[in-house]
Design a protein around this ligand. Structure first.
Ligand SMILES: CC(C)(COP(=O)(O)OP(=O)(O)OC[C@H]1O[C@@H](n2cnc3c(N)ncnc32)[C@H](O)[C@@H]1OP(=O)(O)O)[C@@H](O)C(=O)NCCC(=O)NCCS
Length: 157
């Protein structure tokens, strides 16, 4: 499926009023979810973090958290609610954060993903991420992580 450009218009910065929905989605998504307080810190207070939500019919359907530290960006969390998956929203969020990272001056994006997470790995590979390495027992349940990387294309001059 090609990127649905219309979905990019449904992405906006995360605000205080999104946190309940994001925390509920986070808890339903991960075995080791970030607590609401950590989500709030990253979204609202961490100066190196930018957080976004994607909406569907006015409701929060997914979110992403990105750190940009000088030329290095790190995608620290991206998720789409179970009911909204498979419709291009994750791809729209990823395309948005990659464009945002580039605009903020990042040259590289790194991330970690569970080795068993076929959907996320498929999404990252579709956007050109490659595996840099693997870390055993990275997650609290013992699942290994793949360390993935993407070099961002230079902005046209
Ligand atoms: C990973 C995730 C964000 C993808 O979101 P999504 O909205 O369902 O994905 P999209 O519909 O935008 O799909 C985009 C691409 O992702 C890949 N993909 C999505 N679901 C997939 C699946 N079940 N299996 C393999 N690849 C998949 C495909 O490459 C797809 O492109 P295609 O449609 O051309 O095949 C979503 O599955 C999710 O929230 N998972 C739980 C949270 C998570 O694991 N986050 C990543 C942490 S590292």
């Amino acid at each position: 499926m090609a990127l649905n450009l219309e979905l990019l218009r449904h992405i906006r910065p995360m605000g205080d009023s999104d946190l309940d929905a994001v925390a509920a989605m986070e808890a339903a998504t991960y075995p080791d979810p970030w607590p609401r307080q950590a989500l709030a810190y990253e979204a609202l207070h961490n100066p190196v973090c930018s957080a976004f939500v994607v909406e569907e019919e006015g409701a929060v359907a997914g979110y992403a958290f990105l750190w940009v530290i000088f030329e290095q960006a790190h995608l620290i969390n991206i998720a789409v609610g179970q009911a909204f998956r498979g419709k291009g929203l994750g791809e729209a969020l990823l395309a948005h954060v990659l464009r945002y990272a580039r605009a903020r001056g990042a040259d590289d994006v790194h991330l970690e993903v569970r080795e068993t997470n076929e959907a996320a790995i498929g999404l990252y590979r579709k956007y050109g991420f490659t595996v840099l390495g693997r870390q055993d027992k990275y997650y609290s349940d013992g699942t290994p992580a793949l360390m993935m990387h993407l070099s961002l294309p230079m902005a046209p001059s």
